[in-house]
Design a binder for this molecule. Structure first.
Ligand SMILES: [Zn+2]
Ligand SMILES: [Zn+2]
Length: 231
């Protein structure tokens, strides 16, 4: 039996094992109930208008003033804790694909309110070893659902990513160095304004490296949107 088919069957079996009950509160009905998602902590202001880290002033934070990122600005819907963390883990490690539309909906509302001038959506590519091992690409499925919700095209295979050691356990500076040259655009995107989409933002190092690859390929501007962010 082909490996892809086996993976598909395994995913179906997992979704059958975890039928429609809320991953956070266990209530029957939906994989993540509206009450749990509505009650989850938002990544709300006051935050830096560029990198969206908690920051008491309206001006850009010290980090962004010292070393301005390549992307124009990033926003995240939620803080990475509680049911939000559960949802990200379910999507990432259990491949519960049915969660993607639920998770993309608040991202779509945030994007509509924020309204960056973007032409298309680009998912942040997974490290290829993990993508192969798991067979599920959570950033791409969030990007697909978001594109559907807001009517923007999704350039799924635009960025390629070479292997780098995992980011976990590295300092912000090490993370930046680790992924600095990891991304390439597979074609030119002259003049396009692009929205990078990922599940979780940690230090922004990956997002910035992706933005650099897109600018190198001719993009006129790059923004970022994630479901959650740390801190
Ligand atoms: Zn719930
Ligand atoms: Zn900042």
């Amino acid at each position: 039996m082909p490996v892809a088919l086996l993976r598909g069957l395994a995913r179906l079996a997992l979704e059958a094992l975890f039928p429609a009950s809320c991953i956070a509160c266990g209530r029957d009905g939906e994989l993540l109930c509206p009450a749990c998602l509505d009650g989850a902590p938002r990544a709300a202001p006051p935050r830096c208008p560029v990198c969206w880290q908690a920051w008491p002033a309206a001006s850009r934070c010290r980090d962004c003033a010292l070393a301005p990122p390549t992307y124009e600005a990033v926003r995240s819907a939620f803080v990475y804790e509680g049911p939000v963390r559960e949802a990200v883990h379910a999507l990432k490690f259990r491949g519960v694909a049915a969660l993607a539309p639920t998770m993309a909906a608040p991202m779509a509302r945030l994007l509509a309110a924020w309204a960056p001038p973007v032409d298309a959506i680009v998912p942040v590519p997974l490290p290829w070893l993990r993508e192969r091992a798991r067979g599920y690409d959570q950033a791409r499925s969030l990007a697909t659902e978001l594109g559907r919700a807001v009517g923007l095209p999704v350039l799924g295979g635009l960025l390629s990513r070479r292997w780098t050691p995992p980011q976990a356990g590295l300092s912000a500076r090490e993370r930046r160095r680790n992924v600095a040259d990891a991304f390439r655009a597979r074609r030119r995107v002259p003049g396009l304004r692009l929205l990078l989409v990922d599940d979780v933002l940690t230090t922004g190092a990956t997002l910035d490296a992706c933005a650099r690859a897109l600018r190198d390929a001719g993009a006129a501007g790059v923004w970022g949107l994630t479901f959650a962010r740390e801190g």
